[in-house]
Design a protein. Structure first.
Length: 789
């Protein structure tokens, strides 16, 4: 490679051009100067082309061809330079290489030119370009005209709107505005606002008006920070200095994230502010009236509660003593009078309860307590409450139900039964002949598969209700007139309360009635949840006959300031094995409790000196008395007080109360003899290994049980098999009553216990326990057979 470059400029093989031929000086210089000038020109041309290409490369067509042409010209110029040099230095080898490069460059350039010919021919000429420019100019002019028309329409639109609209740049200078903004701010025309600083326009140039928010943080913020700003608490200053309350919105104007300014819209809110002020005053007045109404409502509720308390206290004595006398009097006439007294007292109590319910509903203080309940059992229990009245009037009382009704649903059982009983009572009351029927239907809820839409209809064949009466019948204290002189007995609250209770359950009561043909009231309650839970009810029997001696002998302290109440409770325990201690106030109750150590305290809440609550607190703090169960006895009907008493005391009794209610309150705290005997104990009599759950009793007479076993076996082959298959609660109760009769006849305590459990489980619809007890029957019979042997 080095030899190649050394030979490239080796002149030993060639003579200089001056030495070849007969060159005259003039002729030689002509060649030399011409070659140098050509070289200079050829060297300048590519430099100029390169400069143009580098500066305008994107604007020149075929730039690569121009670069090839520049290289070709440069190689040509170089060959001419070498031609001039060889007159002195015979660099013929180098000259050959340069000419070869020039040949290659010229060939490539020629090929490039040929390749570009079609494209060059396809290029438009100057006339075409001129026409195109004219077309573009016409199009631009049309666009300008359209833009002007658009701007005119926009300005017309801006001027036609009632809102003030203006624009500002980043410095807060107004760039455009509409007619409304000029009118609202007191300027003669929109153009007079343009060029002014907006803070001078809307806040005035004087310092008399200070804006609610500094301009740079408020009205100018969208233009300077690109943020939307809104205010309805600002006041703009008119040109004459008057202030106008406004609500305005300011929106930033951006282009490619560059802030250009903002556009502001605003409205005069003077009328709205005045209306808001009037509304505020009206709200204050309404609030004052509401407080006044609530105060009056509280006073009414307190009055009703006080009235209830004052009536319930003597009513407790009236109903209690009449209940006690029913077991004492022998005269049929006297027993009739007692029935009238008790019935009248219960009617008065019902009236008080209706008034209190209405008061609670109106005050919004009545709460629903949904819980799983047996639907048809609740309906059946409601029907049972009015069955005696229907029977007295010779009315047929029927129940129909859909075959696939769910057994248990979630509702407030007490309030649901109250609605049904009200409707049934009215139907019986207003029907003189014919029938009263209740129909229970349910349809699946379309949105929730675990819910039903419940419909309970009560239909009668009474005299019907006129259309005018139907408009009034659900109003409180409304009573239907039979004629011009008579009116139906009652408070006129039952339907009103029922309707409102139905609404509280998200339901309603529908009425269909034709004068002279009867009426149908339908309770519609949607979205009633179906319950899969086992329904539990009270395990205590419903009979009013109670045996206080079934509770272990106890010392009962009765604290009540009313002598009749103390005497009543004492009489309830007459001939029982319990010891009754009496106290006329809380102070005496504490003293007696410390001295006598009672097993249970029945504490009246409202007493002189020390009331029941204070006495409770003192006894709870006394280490010798703190374990004694204390049951609150009150005539209060206020729901919040009842809840508080239930939380504070160990039990709760509301006046007037029956012997059974008193018995249940005591049995809950003191237990019963049966529960004690069934508990494991060293002193309990031995029981058969056949059934260790069945205890013997000292009153049992097993010597008489052989005949009992025969009757039990007969029942096992007949009634028991039927009961085992159907487990109908009605059939179970009939079966159990037969067992109770046999238990009493043959003095079998275990059979009595067993039959009582069957009744409890049947009435409580405790199917699981009921099934278990029914299946125990053969085992129980076998135990009795073993004991009889």
């Amino acid at each position: 490679m080095l030899d190649f470059f050394r030979k490239l400029f080796d002149t030993s093989d060639f003579p200089a051009r001056w030495n070849c031929g007969n060159w005259t000086t003039g002729h030689g210089l002509l060649h030399i100067i011409s070659d140098i000038v050509i070289f200079a020109a050829y060297f300048t041309i590519p430099i100029a082309l390169a400069f143009i290409l580098l500066r305008k490369n994107k604007e020149i067509p075929f730039p690569k061809l121009f670069w090839l042409f520049a290289i070709f010209i440069l190689s040509c110029g170089l060959s001419h330079l070498v031609e001039a040099i060889v007159f002195w230095e015979p660099w013929y080898r180098f000259l050959g290489i340069v000419k070869g490069i020039t040949a290659v460059a010229s060939a490539i350039t020629a090929a490039g030119l040929v390749w570009c010919i079609p494209k060059v021919l396809a290029m438009r000429g100057i006339s075409d370009i001129q026409k195109q420019l004219e077309h573009v100019a016409a199009r631009e002019n049309a666009a300008l005209r359209r833009e002007k028309a658009t701007n005119d329409r926009l300005q017309l639109l801006l001027d036609s709107t009632a809102e003030g609209i203006y624009g500002i740049d980043e410095k807060g200078v107004c760039t455009f505005s509409n007619r409304a903004s000029a009118d609202l701010l007191g300027y003669p025309d929109p153009d007079s606002m343009i060029g002014e600083k907006i803070q001078d326009i809307v806040f005035g140039k004087s310092d008399k008006h200070e804006p609610e928010t500094a301009p740079e943080e408020g009205i100018l913020r969208p233009a300077t920070h690109g943020e939307i700003y809104h205010s309805d608490e600002e006041q703009f200053a008119r040109k004459d200095g008057t202030l106008v309350p406004v609500e305005f919105w300011a929106y930033p104007i951006k282009e490619d994230e560059t802030r250009l300014g903002a556009v502001v819209t605003f409205v005069d809110v003077t009328a709205r502010k005045e209306a808001e002020k009037a509304i505020l005053e009206a709200k204050k007045e309404a609030e004052r009236e509401k407080r006044s109404a609530e105060r009056a409502n509280r006073q009414k509720s307190q009055f009703l509660a006080n009235m209830s308390h004052e009536i319930r206290t003597p009513m407790n004595a009236i109903l209690g003593f009449s209940e006690l006398m029913q077991g004492v009097v022998v005269s049929e006439k006297a027993e009739q009078y007692l029935g009238i007294i008790r019935s009248s007292g219960e009617s008065l109590l019902e009236l008080i309860n209706d008034l209190l319910d209405l008061s609670k509903i109106e005050a919004g203080r009545i709460d629903l307590h949904p819980e799983p309940m047996d639907l048809m059992q609740t309906v059946n229990a409601s029907v049972a409450l009015v069955s005696s009245q229907a029977e007295e009037k010779g009315l047929d009382l029927t129940i129909e139900s859909q075959a696939d009704l769910p057994r248990a649903v979630v509702l407030d059982r007490v309030r649901f039964r109250q609605i049904i009983v009200n409707l049934l009572s009215n139907a019986v009351k207003f029907t003189q002949e014919g029938n009263v029927g209740i129909t229970v239907n349910a349809s699946p809820n379309e949105d929730h598969k675990d819910q039903i839409d419940l419909r309970v209809s009560v239909a009668d064949t009474g005299r019907g209700i006129s259309e005018d009466e139907q408009m009034q019948i659900f109003k409180p204290f409304h009573q239907e007139y039979h004629d011009e002189k008579t009116v139906t007995s009652g408070t006129g609250l039952g339907l009103s309360i029922s309707s409102r209770l139905a609404r509280l359950m998200s339901g309603k009561i529908e009425l269909e009635s034709t004068k002279g043909k009867g009426s149908t009231f339908t309770v519609v309650i949607p979205n009633v949840p179906i319950s899969e839970a086992e329904v539990e009810m009270s395990n205590f029997a419903k009979s009013e006959d109670v045996d206080f001696d079934s509770i272990p002998p106890s010392r009962i302290l009765v604290a009540d300031d009313n002598e009749l109440n103390r005497e009543l409770i004492s009489e309830m325990f007459h001939q029982s094995h319990h010891t009754i201690l009496l106290a006329k106030d809380g102070e005496e109750a504490i003293s007696v409790a410390r001295k006598e150590k009672p097993d249970l305290v029945l504490m009246d809440v409202r007493m002189p000196k020390i009331d029941g609550r204070e006495a409770l607190q003192i006894m709870r703090e006394d280490g010798n008395l703190d374990t004694i169960p204390i049951v609150a006895v009150t005539a209060s009907s206020l729901l919040n007080k009842e809840k508080a008493l239930r939380n504070e005391f160990d039990g709760y009794l509301r006046k007037p109360f029956s012997k059974r209610q008193l018995y249940l309150a005591m049995a809950t705290k003191l237990g019963t003899v049966e529960s004690e005997e069934s508990a494991p104990s060293e002193t309990k009599p031995e029981v058969s290994t056949t059934n260790p759950d069945l205890p013997r009793n000292e009153l049992d007479k097993p010597e008489e049980w052989l005949s009992l076993v025969d009757e039990l076996v007969e029942l096992e082959n007949t009634s028991w098999k039927e009961v085992s298959k159907s487990q109908s609660t009605h059939a179970v109760r009939e079966f159990a009553r037969n067992l109770l009769r046999l238990a009493d006849q043959y003095s079998c305590h275990a059979l009595n216990e067993y039959a009582s459990e069957l009744i409890e489980h049947a009435e409580g619809f405790n199917l699981h326990e009921l099934d278990r007890e029914i299946r125990r029957y053969p085992e129980m019979v076998e135990w009795i057979r073993n004991e009889a042997k």
